[in-house]
Design a protein around this ligand. Structure first.
Ligand SMILES: [Zn+2]
Ligand SMILES: [Zn+2]
Length: 341
């Protein structure tokens, strides 16, 4: 009989772990999927909860990341550190200086990068170019959600224009671009166009994402979410080759909304295809439970209901790679890119 969690003795870091509502829920997902530790993607000021968890569960949390905001409406009004993540005015010299010094202080406190970066902005917008520059200056990655298509019932938040990222990779060679979501993963296939429907069956080789990973040392891929799983399970010969060729550039993440690392549903997510309620506090702000509901909905729309995306991604990586490559994708690359220990 095949072992259920064959990677259980390996170090596995989830670098796409959205903040849960409490510490027990965090540990339940890590334990259930056989994951050693997480880089937590925080929604608010995570320093307090991060500090507590780090103390209570030493080694389970390797740091926290948080995304920038691009408009005043998107910013938590009661977050004392909002200015550091608000990129609305950061092109002004004074605001940029302020953001840089606050972010440098947060970095000393475990902040590892701009993740997950989303918003109604294009890949080459002035706002994002400002983030790329700051990210290079502070030596932290920018992890980005590329999605041109809009999903009915969900907020519009995907970064547009993935296919133009090459110019940004050239212009900001010291910025680590960690790419994720439908337009990055769709583009492993040469027939895909930004915003298109997922392709299935054998992959047509020579896709844009594949070429960019080969050509640019500052281009990385994040393995989280149904978008990655659906693309990596359609053609296992391609997957084995793709993971091997980019073994220095890809990092495991779950981006999974299940509760137990085995596909269990969160309360309130039993009817995942129904339109999701807006976040209660503010249209532009996501809270942890909303993100979990949305992740569950995405999994359901992709035909992955009842599955833990993280567990499935680890399973396909384990089955298609050498042990050495698995270790790089499961932990080593994230340690290097995000400066983890
Ligand atoms: Zn995302
Ligand atoms: Zn899960």
């Amino acid at each position: 009989m095949q072992e259920e969690t064959p990677w259980s003795s390996e170090r596995v870091i989830d670098c796409h772990f959205h903040e849960r509502t409490n510490d027990e829920a965090t540990i339940a997902h890590l334990d259930g999927a056989g994951i050693t530790s997480a880089l937590v993607l925080a929604f608010g000021d995570f320093r307090e909860t991060y500090g507590r968890l780090r103390e209570k569960e030493a080694g389970r949390i390797v740091g926290w990341a948080r995304a920038p905001h691009f408009s005043k409406e998107d910013v938590y009004s009661d977050d004392p550190h909002r200015e550091a993540f608000d990129m609305t005015e950061t092109h002004r010299r004074a605001a940029r200086g302020e953001a840089l010094s606050t972010l440098a202080a947060l970095k000393a406190d475990g902040w590892k990068g701009f993740a997950e970066t989303t918003g109604r902005v294009a890949v080459d917008s002035p706002e994002l170019q400002c983030v790329y520059a700051i990210s290079a200056e502070l030596d932290v990655p920018v992890m980005m959600h590329f999605q041109e298509a809009e999903v009915p019932g969900q907020p519009v938040y995907g970064i547009k224009g993935f296919s133009r990222i090459g110019a940004m990779l050239e212009k900001f060679p010291a910025t680590k671009f960690v790419c994720h979501a439908p337009d990055f993963w769709g583009n492993i296939d040469s027939r895909y166009h930004d915003g298109g429907a997922y392709l299935s069956g054998p992959v047509a080789r020579g896709g844009l994402s594949d070429r960019l990973l080969r050509d640019y040392p500052n281009m990385y891929g994040d393995l989280g979410a149904p978008s990655a799983l659906l693309q990596l399970t359609r053609d296992l010969d391609f997957t084995a080759d793709f993971l091997e060729r980019h073994r220095e550039k890809l990092m495991f993440g779950s981006d999974c909304g299940c509760t137990d690392g085995r596909g269990g549903l969160a309360e309130g997510a039993q009817r995942p295809t129904a339109p999701l309620a807006p976040a209660p506090k503010d249209q532009g702000v996501w809270i942890a439970s909303t993100a979990a509901a949305m992740q569950t909905a995405m999994a359901s729309l992709g035909g992955l209901a009842g599955k833990c995306i993280g567990r499935e991604l680890l399973s396909v990586t384990w089955r298609t790679t050498s042990r050495e490559t698995f270790r790089r994708i499961a932990a080593d690359n994230a340690v290097r890119a995000y400066n983890l220990t």
